[in-house]
Design a protein around this ligand. Structure first.
Ligand SMILES: NC(=O)C1=CN([C@@H]2O[C@H](COP(=O)(O)OP(=O)(O)OC[C@H]3O[C@@H](n4cnc5c(N)ncnc54)[C@H](OP(=O)(O)O)[C@@H]3O)[C@@H](O)[C@H]2O)C=CC1
Ligand SMILES: CC(C)=CCC[C@@H](C)[C@H]1CC[C@H]2C3=C(CC[C@]12C)[C@@]1(C)CCC(=O)[C@@H](C)[C@@H]1CC3
Length: 346
């Protein structure tokens, strides 16, 4: 029986490279569904995949993870099209308006934390976040909450007696506990919404395992390493893309120090692809699976323990459930024509 796999943010970067790798592994035994916000870009990605795998089954789904109504509509469509989902990749993500602290970068270069700075970007990156049309924080909603709502909506397709399914989150080694606050899960008040949203996805994955393992659903988290994609190019917007290419020899040298410089989307998708081939029951719910590339260019996956605990993960899960109920209430009162209030108070 063919496996049904849905990938969010599949039209570019790591998501698209993953689709290519999945099809190269098993073009005919998969029903691949690319969930994207922009259908033109989605169509281009589908054509590229079909050019190298003409017999593959590749479907498209319109979904904007920053819009809760779009996520709910997309989930309804999935439920009409498929009767089960084997693997759901929660990969779409943004890092808007990044501010790169050059001084901190040069200080870091000549300090003992140089390797960790290149691996995690700790202390050198902040972002300016915005609000979605629903009044939620944009990074939180796109990277985490939209995906949470998607998982909840797709529960009937993911939880089947006697069968297992997988959730696989594209997190980051930029996920730091210090950037996340349980009193401000959307990160309204801080300057590191990206790090906060990725730390929250690490916590949420653990909580999802606690709640859903008994129903056959398993969740894992990966870090693709540092990959050259449009997300990365956005960090130095005044830098033309070709200048990044000129830095490649330096990056290859850095790769000798830290194998986290995977650099290409193909390498970055290593852990995503590796997890797909594992038995979900055999995976460690407290581990983050890192895509790594050695100095000689060998790709491998390594599990590293995450800085998460069950109690905090459970607290976050409950807060997300509350937020889901609130958003639902606001949306239905707006649909009824009653006065809708902004979700900024949530
Ligand atoms: N590049 C890196 O070094 C690292 C990346 N990551 C993570 O990897 C994931 C993939 O990013 P990457 O491939 O690098 O970057 P890209 O920008 O190439 O890919 C991001 C994908 O997410 C999609 N997306 C963004 N916002 C939304 C939305 N609201 N609804 C639906 N889709 C959306 C984008 O669609 P569109 O084309 O329409 O913008 C795009 O397809 C992200 O979660 C990122 O945080 C983690 C660690 C390192
Ligand atoms: C131009 C030169 C010579 C160096 C580039 C320095 C930084 C732009 C670069 C160093 C470490 C990188 C990094 C990321 C972005 C670009 C850097 C800050 C990430 C934050 C990208 C997104 C992630 O999720 C992280 C895992 C990356 C960590 C490393």
């Amino acid at each position: 029986m063919s496996k049904v796999v849905l990938v969010t943010g599949a039209n570019s970067g790591i998501g698209l490279a993953l689709c290519e790798r999945l099809l190269s592994h098993d073009a005919e035994g998969l029903q691949l569904c690319l969930a994207c916000r922009n259908m033109q870009r989605a169509q281009a990605a589908r054509s590229a995949l079909l050019a190298s795998h003409p017999r593959a089954q590749v479907a498209l789904l319109q979904m904007d993870t920053s819009s809760i109504s779009s996520v709910i509509a997309a989930a309804q469509e999935v439920k009409l099209r498929y009767n089960r989902l084997d693997c759901l990749y929660l990969n779409a993500g943004i890092m808007p308006n990044p501010q790169f602290d050059i001084r901190a970068f040069f200080r870091g270069l000549f300090s003992s934390r140089v390797v960790s700075m290149f691996a995690t970007a700790e202390g050198i990156l902040t972002q300016k976040d915005g609000l979605t049309a629903d009044g939620l924080q944009e990074v939180f909603t796109t990277n985490l909450f939209g995906h949470f709502v998607l998982v909840r909506e797709l529960e009937p397709l993911l939880c089947h007696a006697g069968l297992t399914s997988q959730l696989i989150w594209t997190s980051s080694s930029n996920a730091h506990r210090s950037a996340f606050s349980m009193g401000d899960i959307q990160h309204r008040r801080g300057t590191q919404p990206y790090s906060s949203s990725k730390y929250a996805s690490d916590l949420l994955s653990l909580a999802l395992n606690t709640h859903y393992n008994k129903r056959g659903l398993y969740s894992s988290v990966i870090c693709p390493g540092f990959v050259m994609t449009s997300l990365t190019y956005g960090i130095l917007p005044s830098f033309p893309t070709f200048l990044w290419t000129l830095f490649m020899p330096i990056f290859w040298l850095i790769r000798i120090l830290t194998n986290t410089f995977t650099l290409t989307p193909y390498n970055g998708a290593e852990a995503l692809f590796w997890l797909f081939k594992q038995k979900p029951e055999s995976l460690d719910p407290q581990a983050k699976y890192h895509s790594l590339t050695s100095g000689l260019g060998r790709n491998y996956t390594q599990a590293r323990r995450m800085d998460v605990d069950l109690h905090t993960s459970q607290d976050l899960f409950e807060k997300l459930l509350q937020l889901e109920t609130e958003v639902d209430r606001v949306c239905s009162s707006a649909a009824d024509g009653r006065t809708a209030y902004s979700t900024t108070c949530l």
